[in-house]
Design a protein around this ligand. Structure first.
Ligand SMILES: [Zn+2]
Length: 153
């Protein structure tokens, strides 16, 4: 059964997000504690790994927050939303208001690259995981990268 659309004082329905994709997109806009990141964190916890979430790092005079950080190994994990970070498989461009979305999403992608480069310059290893990657796969990737980091002098 469909619920009746809410009405404004003028009898017009409120603007609603256009379909499920838009709703997911809006939900995914939260900086931390998104579903995919939560699922990866609990998979890592399940492997007995200890890490810091939403870990602040000062880079080139600006603060960056790493989704999941292993500071002693200098390993930074980001869980990137397919829409906000323009995943090649699911990174759609909204049809409405392209003059807003195009530069905004391009800025996101450019910022991701900048942050990755700056972290690498500071000696960090950066792993970016798309939100569409199953959490177990992402956790295994993190585990393998940690093992690799551990073997370095
Ligand atoms: Zn994707």
């Amino acid at each position: 059964m469909r619920s009746k659309p809410r009405q404004t004082a003028y009898g017009l329905p409120y603007p609603v997000p256009s379909g499920a994709a838009a709703t997911t997109r809006m939900r995914a806009n939260r900086r931390s504690d998104t579903g995919p990141e939560l699922r990866l964190r609990s998979a890592l916890h399940g492997m007995g790994l200890r890490f810091r979430k939403d870990y602040p790092i000062e880079l080139e005079g600006r603060q960056t927050r790493v989704d999941i950080a292993f500071p002693s190994r200098r390993l930074a994990i980001f869980v990137d939303g397919c829409f906000w970070h323009q995943c090649p498989e699911h990174g759609t461009m909204p049809k409405s208001n392209p003059s807003y979305w195009k530069p905004k999403l391009a800025r996101n992608v450019a910022r991701d690259r900048r942050v990755t480069t700056a972290l690498e310059a500071a000696g960090w290893k950066v792993v970016r995981v798309w939100e569409h990657v199953p959490p177990e796969d992402a956790a295994n990737l993190v585990l393998a990268t940690l093992a690799d980091r551990g073997q370095r002098p």
